[in-house]
Design a protein around this ligand. Structure first.
Ligand code: ARG
Length: 263
């Protein structure tokens, strides 16, 4: 995670961001602390990267790369406003012993790549380019399933799909998603691959409910997504709601603030 020391709305690169709706900096700091403490209380380790001045979105650590095993595929941001973040995250990963493949294609890390069992679900349409999917498959030696995002409000895959169980343990992979975020052929792909997935309502998707982090038991998700929390509970998970409303002003929530170091 990256402390939100420099977090603000300084530019608008997605439909959630509005220069006239400023961030309450103190509230954002407290909300972020609650998220960090939530992970710690669930028994997870949280490493921190130093925030760079002038990079207000660096708090969205998910975008810094995709890490599986000892390897990482670095990020290369779509917009110049965020381009300095790629090198900072790659440097952190290298220092911490990960073998980082430097990207030549535009991709925003776990914003558009979700590790799921043996495969990677990859989004394209707004930020990450399709050829980055191939580069990621090569860098991490995993098959990639490409999915096309069509609704600008859901500009990253991690606001359209939540991985509930990554299928690396004894249980099969399990996801929740909002079908309206995807093109018809990608909806079909998701139906075929995950016939039992939880289908998230538009209301829950619009409070970024799918921007969740699960350890396979606890699903940490935005507190406003009450319908999704209930659906997740009925499936046997324990929903852990947290309020990240200040980060929603930038188009991010729980998952965006979290880069997972997948084994
Ligand atoms: N303001 C950031 C952007 O538009 C939000 C990034 C959210 N991150 C994510 N993983 N979805 O780039």
């Amino acid at each position: 995670m990256c402390t939100p020391s420099h977090f603000e709305i300084a530019y608008a690169i997605n439909p959630w961001m509005d220069l006239d709706t400023p961030v309450d900096v103190e509230r954002a700091r407290l909300q972020w602390e609650v998220l960090r403490n939530t992970y710690l209380s669930l028994g997870h380790r949280v490493d921190l990267i130093d925030p760079l001045p002038g990079q207000p979105d660096m708090v969205f650590a998910a975008n810094g790369g995709l890490v599986i095993g000892g390897r990482a595929y670095g990020a290369r941001f779509r917009f110049a406003e965020r381009s300095a973040e790629g090198g900072a995250y790659a440097a952190w990963l290298t220092t911490h012993g990960y073998r980082v493949t430097e990207p030549t294609r535009t991709n925003e890390g776990e914003g558009d790549f979700l590790a799921l069992g043996a495969m990677i679900l990859a989004g394209t349409g707004f930020r990450t380019s399709l050829d980055a999917h191939i580069e990621a498959a090569d860098a991490l030696d995993r098959p990639v399933v490409s999915l096309e995002l069509v609704d600008p409000r859901f500009y990253h895959l991690d606001v359209a799909i939540a991985v509930l169980d990554d299928g690396n343990g004894e249980t099969p992979a399990d996801i929740a998603y909002y079908p309206g975020a995807f093109s018809p052929h990608s909806r079909r792909t998701l139906r075929d691959l995950f016939p039992d997935a939880i289908l998230c309502s538009e209301d829950d998707a619009l409070v970024l409910g799918l921007n969740a982090v699960s350890d396979g038991h606890h699903v940490v998700l935005p507190s406003a997504a009450t319908g999704l929390a209930e659906a997740v509970r009925r499936r046997g998970y324990t929903p852990v709601p947290v309020d990240l409303s200040e980060f929603m002003k930038s188009g991010g929530s729980v998952k965006c603030c979290t880069m997972e170091l997948h084994r």
